[in-house]
Write a protein that binds this ligand. Sequence first.
Ligand SMILES: Cc1cc2nc3c(=O)[nH]c(=O)nc-3n(C[C@H](O)[C@H](O)[C@H](O)COP(=O)(O)OP(=O)(O)OC[C@H]3O[C@@H](n4cnc5c(N)ncnc54)[C@H](O)[C@@H]3O)c2cc1C
Length: 335
Amino acid sequence: SGPGPELRGRRIVVLGTGWGSASLVKALGEAAAYDRVTVVSPRNYFLFTPMLAGAAVGTVEYRSITEPVRKLNRHVDYLEATARRIDFGGRRVECESVVCEGTSCTIEAFEVPYDALVVSVGATTNTFGISGVREHCLFLKQVQDAEALRRAVGNALERANLPTATDDEKRRALSFVVVGAGPTGVEFCSELKDFLEAEASRYYPELLPFARVTLLEATSAVLGAFDESLRDVALAELRRERVTVSRRGRGGEAALSVVAPVDVRLGAPVRRVNETHVLVGDRDAVPYGLCVWAGGNAPVAVVSESIEALGHPQLDAQPACRGRLAVDAHLRVLG
Ligand SMILES: Cc1cc2nc3c(=O)[nH]c(=O)nc-3n(C[C@H](O)[C@H](O)[C@H](O)COP(=O)(O)OP(=O)(O)OC[C@H]3O[C@@H](n4cnc5c(N)ncnc54)[C@H](O)[C@@H]3O)c2cc1C
């Protein structure tokens, strides 16, 4: 039956198609038909992030971890665009969409008015402005990142497999460096280790001795936000050597392959990344063939801009909120 007539026909705008917004859009169900619900996001699908690291090494396929926004709730409209600015006084969102025809793309700007606005735009990767990270590292936030990583891991193995590759070149190509021992970094290291054990040992057994995974963490612990007992288990698991049996070809001789423990370096702040090395602290330079940056989250631009625009209730809360929008007990944005 839906809500009473006084509540019908509102323009509800939802920014984002991630965990927060997708849950809301789903939960609205049929009720969305009584209002005009518009979802604005550069991504027209929900992404199941916990399996992204698995997708990056081929354990799961991308289509298994995404769900089109239009399937979440057929009563909502969707606009593929990025919210650039929220005009809180005028109750409208300024949006931009990249529109491509063939190889030429233009930016289309437009406004979406609202009666109620839900901001659920998540966060972006924090590089802390460290030189070389954007240019040389891979990330793990979106499907495109996982695709790029999967390609890069495959390329590293094929490069090392060439008959011209020297042992040093093999070692370099197969030096996988992960920066940041939060959940994303730890998860990716584990997936990579599983991949080396289960897949690389079957198809590239001769290369396994050259493969190394190094995890660099600025603080003194892995999974800093987790309980100590969990941190200990994670660290022990990362540092465990794995032995696997591999067989070359049908009827080939079985051989034992060793997957080296992850070289976990704590208290290792990354200062710079260049084309070949990750520079750690004042002295260390860790060579890499592939470097994944999982250093943490930063606010997306529209959130930072909104905090400034909303003024002191938001700015006062920033020591605790650290770049996030401050809300009250009902998740209403302060200001
Ligand atoms: C690899 C990985 C593994 C993870 N594993 C776990 C796990 O196992 N367990 C767990 O609890 N958490 C996990 N997380 C964290 C979890 O994904 C986040 O906490 C969660 O995504 C936050 O939800 P959100 O809705 O705030 O943002 P997101 O899910 O990030 O969604 C943000 C949405 O906003 C859109 N957007 C961004 N900018 C704009 C804009 N300007 N305008 C409009 N739309 C915009 C994005 O495209 C996206 O659709 C993981 C994260 C990653 C990256």
